[in-house]
Design a binder for this molecule. Structure first.
Ligand SMILES: NC(=O)c1ccc[n+]([C@@H]2O[C@H](COP(=O)([O-])OP(=O)(O)OC[C@H]3O[C@@H](n4cnc5c(N)ncnc54)[C@H](OP(=O)(O)O)[C@@H]3O)[C@@H](O)[C@H]2O)c1
Length: 374
């Protein structure tokens, strides 16, 4: 394991040079990896492992669209695709990739098949860390570890096909066999990680829940909405407000930040932008930091996990969720965004490629309609 310096702090990481795919194949050569669940992470992890020469099977409930998707992706019923219980019985490593709520519901079944020496693999620290709420307490004689790709299962697969890799964290909760480290790192490499950094189950879930409620989704949507609403209240058009709030960020700045960092962005923008951004960033930090502290506390005390379990297990969860998503979808900012995206030259070209000049007309009308909202 290499120790690398991250901004002055040394951390354990495992790179592909150090732990090549050939070593992962060697470690996993006698294992049957059962990927339970074929939602978002399931396909990415199962297909990448299959393409990497790992003996992987999928466990998925039958008579669902997801079962059909697994078949379309090349898994064969009775050979590499099974009902969940059969896959649990066949697998020596159980990759528990059902939704977090379903993991609680299916736990008694999974536990039955965790015979000594098997391994239980997660992609999230949720079930284990909040085990007083989830009831997920594995037997002592199995390995328990996680590999958490830092992104969607869709990106994991897409980046694998592009010859790239998504970074993942890994953690060992229980090493019953003495082989947990080799097993978890081999799996991390086999699912297509770029490199792996070390964490523990608690830190993984605390940072993950904070991140998605914070800058990855919740905080960013909140800041988008706040700036957009101020610009609109001051008489700016939806086009202008959306372009200055979202489009310029996602289309121009963030790809550059991804490539070079925000420090580079600050050094390579106009002097006017530079002066203003230097003057204002600390105000935004100070205004939002108390909210982030409150959020972290809410995660650490188990309030967020309980809320997630309670709301996900309600029978009318889907309808309530749909109403909330509809509100977001129909808000002016994201309706304006839809039109702005349709006007991107590449999207216009794609539409024109279909050979209809009327498509352009639709875009023009959509744009006009959006300009008149509110
Ligand atoms: N989403 C991501 O990209 C991502 C990223 C990092 C980590 N993770 C972690 O990876 C794990 C899997 O997440 P995910 O987003 O891939 O899950 P997901 O898409 O929500 O999982 C859906 C899977 O669970 C099955 N399922 C749901 N309810 C079920 C039930 N009652 N009985 C049997 N099967 C049921 C679904 O089958 P049906 O289709 O038949 O309902 C489907 O196979 C989670 O621990 C998550 O936190 C996810």
């Amino acid at each position: 394991m290499a120790k690398l310096n991250f901004g002055g702090v040394e951390e354990n990481v495992v790179t592909r040079e150090e732990f090549p795919l050939s070593k992962a194949q060697q470690v996993l050569k006698n294992e049957t990896v059962a990927v339970i669940g074929y939602g978002v992470q399931g396909p990415g992890q199962a297909l990448n492992q299959k393409d990497n020469g790992i003996n992987v099977i999928v466990g998925q409930r039958k008579d669902s669209k997801t079962w059909d998707k697994a078949i379309r992706d090349g898994f064969v019923p009775g050979e590499t695709l099974f009902e969940i219980e059969e896959a649990l019985q066949k697998g020596t490593i159980i990759c528990y990739l059902l939704s977090d709520a379903a993991q609680i519901a299916l736990w008694p079944t999974v536990k039955k098949h965790l015979t000594p020496g098997k391994a239980l693999y997660f992609s999230h620290g949720f079930g284990i860390t909040f085990n007083e709420q989830t009831g997920i307490v594995p037997p002592k004689d199995v390995d328990v570890f996680l590999v958490a790709p830092k992104g969607s299962g869709t990106s994991l697969r897409r980046m694998f096909l592009q010859g790239r890799g998504l970074n993942s964290s890994y953690a060992i909760y229980q090493d019953a066999t003495g082989k947990a480290f080799d097993r978890v790192v081999a799996l991390g490499i086999a699912v297509g990680s770029g490199y792996l950094f070390e964490t523990d189950f608690k830190k993984e879930v605390y940072s993950d829940l904070t991140g998605e409620r914070g800058t990855l989704m919740g905080a960013i949507q909140g800041i988008f909405a706040a700036q957009y609403e101020v610009l609109r209240a001051k008489g700016h058009t939806p086009s202008e407000a959306f372009n200055e709030t979202v489009e310029e960020l996602t289309q121009s700045l963030m790809p550059l930040v991804a490539e070079n960092g925000m420090d580079w962005m600050y050094a390579n923008c106009s002097t006017t932008a530079q002066r203003g951004a230097l003057d204002w960033w600390k105000k935004f930090r100070d205004a939002t930091k108390p909210v982030f502290s409150e959020l972290y506390e809410s995660v650490a005390t188990g309030k967020e996990s309980q809320r997630s379990i309670d709301s996900n297990s309600q029978p009318d969860y889907r309808e309530k969720l749909e109403a909330e998503l509809k509100e977001l979808r129909e808000s002016e900012i994201w309706q304006a965004g839809k039109t702005v995206r349709s006007l991107r030259p590449e999207n216009q070209k794609a539409a024109a490629g279909e050979g209809t000049s009327s498509t352009k007309e639709v875009f023009r009308k959509q744009a006009l309609k959006s300009e008149s909202i509110g």
